[in-house]
Design a protein around this ligand. Sequence first.
Ligand SMILES: NC(=O)C1=CN([C@@H]2O[C@H](COP(=O)(O)OP(=O)(O)OC[C@H]3O[C@@H](n4cnc5c(N)ncnc54)[C@H](OP(=O)(O)O)[C@@H]3O)[C@@H](O)[C@H]2O)C=CC1
Ligand SMILES: CC(=O)[C@@H](O)[C@H](O)COP(=O)(O)O
Ligand SMILES: [Mn+2]
Length: 380
Amino acid sequence: MKGISLLGATGSIGTQTLDVIRSNPERFKLQAIAVGKNLDLTRKIIREFQPAIVSVQNKEDKERLKAEFPKNIKFTYGEEGLIEVATCEDTEVLVNAILGSVGLLPTLQAIEAGKTIAIANKETLVTAGHIVMTKAKEHNVTILPVDSEHSAIFQCLNGENEKEIERLIITASGGSFRDKSRDELVNVTVEDALNHPNWSMGAKITIDSATMMNKGLEVIEAHWLFNQPYEKIECLLHRESTIHSMVEFTDGSVIAQLGTPDMRIPIQYALTYPERLPSNSERLDLAKIGSLHFEKMDFERFRCLHFAYEAGKNGGTLPVVLNAANEVAVQAFLTGKISFLEIEDWIEKALTSHQVIANPDLQTILHVDKETRDIVSRYK
Ligand SMILES: NC(=O)C1=CN([C@@H]2O[C@H](COP(=O)(O)OP(=O)(O)OC[C@H]3O[C@@H](n4cnc5c(N)ncnc54)[C@H](OP(=O)(O)O)[C@@H]3O)[C@@H](O)[C@H]2O)C=CC1
Ligand SMILES: CC(=O)[C@@H](O)[C@H](O)COP(=O)(O)O
Ligand SMILES: [Mn+2]
């Protein structure tokens, strides 16, 4: 029986992780969860899975739940709570499905505690990939990708020598506005932006997909997970999201991973790796799909992808600023403060006004992350 800790249990990846655990009760035991503010769903999860530790975002919510449930469940909150969940003694695997760079510290603590990390939370790797990967190596900890493209690449590599990789090809659906010109983006609404053509996901990543920042974050994520230079990481527009990504090897062979757009497949693979278990996910019917389409990526149309490559290549604290500015700007768009195209403007402004610090340590990263959020929150 594998003990699981789950950060972000009430979210899109979190609830799909619960589906995988629910379908395999003889394999997995949910030991600890961290959630934000969705108490109704948290109550249901506690009743069904009886985790030993539950962390919520706020102290008041912690007190509320503590009064409602038996004393054998430990309730905790905030940053300390995330770390308690991530390092829970009876846990073997941490599934990091929280949103944003708040996932960084619990991930580092879980690595120190020797937990295997199943990582969906790409903001953590973008913000501090070098620190996470170095620490994982030091502690002999495995980092397993959950993000569909990275799970695909991981499956294509299947232990191949990284020196034999010619390039990683990350596919992109193009998001909600893939058929719109930049002029047509001026007045798009939040509702339009949240209408992803292929995937059902949380709000922030759906907006990231529409701006193409999701692909940008995934390029940086791939750089750290697979130890490849940016010159060997390409993005390809593929509107069907049937090929989740590909690897081209030095001999010219290209290996791709395909599947229906169902995140329970990569989540389950991360939880059962190196084994595969049966699943009741919908099967791919290629005859029904008929044809697959591919287009070159347009960096002028999708400026966020350009920002991400530049931030990744130049390194230092730039990816920290890229991610923090994006988190704040997307939230501002979702709450109606700014227009869709202003997301890019805010990110560009944050990046161009930042004085880059090379080889940042953890304290510097945390400082720049907070400073960027403060600065960008004051933009008008
Ligand atoms: N959704 C998808 O298909 C994919 C997602 N990812 C990545 O996975 C991560 C999660 O995405 P997704 O599931 O879509 O996001 P959601 O918005 O659906 O879920 C986010 C989860 O994080 C919790 N949360 C947010 N902030 C805090 C906080 N400060 N403290 C504690 N809990 C917090 C939320 O709690 P609550 O709701 O209770 O407030 C919720 O459980 C992101 O990094 C995303 O990029 C990667 C690939 C695919
Ligand atoms: C499911 C998943 O991994 C998402 O990151 C998804 O890939 C978003 O799709 P696009 O960013 O390609 O629109
Ligand atoms: Mn993805």
